[in-house]
Write a protein that binds this ligand. Structure first.
Ligand code: ATP
Ligand code: MG
Length: 368
């Protein structure tokens, strides 16, 4: 596994359960996935000796982070099966390439412009609001600036950081954010999980509901759109397609993750096959099967300091006592504001009940 975050950790757990051993390469010695790793590589991704050792240790390679260097994946894939390959990684780690790919293949995206200097905003951005995003290295809303007024637009140049170019994107007045996990096998089999309904706070996923509260035809349209996007890339692996539901007749593609997704954590609890088991299956050339839904879930992310609150016995117990919650903590050593430290899955039948319980848990977690 290239990358050692929580997504890699859940992959490693699934792989271990199925009888595999997992090697994790991540520069951080304490990366969450290393808790489940048989072989640990702690060097930077450009270390040539580690590359040789890694390649000779493993039989197949997957990734869990979009900022793994494309050149590294290119070197690895000429020796060992690598799923997904540098093709989808290259698209997903650069917003300009990603949007261009989507647009060229006829998939609906929000109105956008590429700008090479922040001062270009004044020319490009007319009807507001817009969002400016770095082309690379953005995550959880980092590297994004929202422009609501003309005044903000005209003063934005000094606030925008990082290296250009940037993507300036019109703010989509969506009804709901959705995401769909898609699994593609090396034989071309392609399945989707039902869409999740996602609620973000400051660009970070806060809560995710499955099933989404949309009608069956919108559900079908979302799953089909996501599937077509991944089929057009044609790379085996697990992917997530983030969508903006503007109205039942218009769904836009926001972005593609070339890996399992935060909004798909619940598949461990609520489907016969999780997104992580499917990542193992896709990597090892096993069957890609339509998973069976066991129940409804609401996911609540535990962010930053909320982890400290949750670590108190009385808080944990308050959340656990209803019998619907399962806590997953990632074992991250340092707490940073907004950092994803863990998540809680609320399982049952009625999304409304689960959402209420998750909201109550959030209030408990927010008390300092
Ligand atoms: P991720 O954590 O998913 O990698 P990211 O930082 O790469 O996030 P986006 O997914 O592009 O960035 O944006 C994060 C969130 O910001 C979106 O899920 C959405 O809530 C909001 N957002 C981004 N772009 C737009 C837009 N054009 N219109 C409305 N909201 C937007
Ligand atoms: Mg996103």
């Amino acid at each position: 596994m290239l990358g050692g975050g929580q997504l890699g950790g859940f992959f490693a757990e699934a792989a271990l359960r199925m009888g595999y051993k997992v090697a994790v390469w991540d520069p951080s010695e304490t990366a969450p996935a290393k808790r489940f790793a048989t072989h640990k590589f702690n060097t930077p991704f450009n270390d040539a000796n580690t590359l040789n050792e890694f390649v000779s240790t493993v039989d197949a390679v997957s990734l869990e982070w979009e900022n793994i260097p494309v050149e590294l994946v290119e070197s690895i894939q000429s020796h060992k099966p690598t799923r997904p390959s540098s093709k989808s990684l290259g698209l997903a780690q650069n917003r300009i390439k990603e949007k261009q790919f989507l647009r060229d293949n006829g998939f609906p995206v929000s109105e956008y412009q590429v700008i090479s200097r922040p001062s270009d905003l004044v020319k490009v951005v007319q009807e507001l609001p817009w969002i400016v995003k770095t082309a690379t290295m953005g995550y959880d809303g980092h590297g994004q600036w929202r422009i609501n007024t003309e005044q903000e637009r005209d003063h934005m140049s000094s606030q925008i950081t990082g290296e250009g170019p940037w993507v300036a994107e019109r703010v989509v007045p969506f009804e709901m954010e959705l995401s769909v996990v898609v699994v593609q096998g090396a034989d071309g089999t392609c399945i989707t999980y039902p869409a999740t309904e996602n609620k973000h706070e400051n660009g970070i996923l806060r809560m995710s509901m499955c099933p989404a509260r949309i009608d069956p035809s919108t559900e079908l349209a979302a799953q089909n759109l996501a599937k077509e996007v991944i089929k057009s890339i044609g790379d085996p692996g697990v992917f997530c397609v983030e969508l903006f539901l503007v109205n039942p007749d218009q769904i836009l593609v926001n972005e593609i993750a070339p890996r399992p997704h935060n909004s798909g954590h619940h598949t461990i609890d609520s489907f016969s096959i999780s997104q992580y088991e499917h990542q193992v299956r896709a990597l090892c050339g096993l069957s890609i099967s339509q998973p069976i839904r066991i129940g409804s879930t609401v996911l609540l992310n535990v962010l930053g300091d909320e982890a400290t609150t949750l670590s108190r016995v009385e808080t944990t117990d308050l959340i656990l006592k209803t019998g619907r919650a399962r806590i997953y903590m990632y074992g991250k050593e340092s707490v940073r504001p907004g950092r994803k430290m863990g998540h809680i899955i609320f399982s049952g039948d009625d999304i409304e009940v689960l959402e209420k319980e998750a909201s109550e848990a959030l209030v408990v977690l927010s008390v300092r």
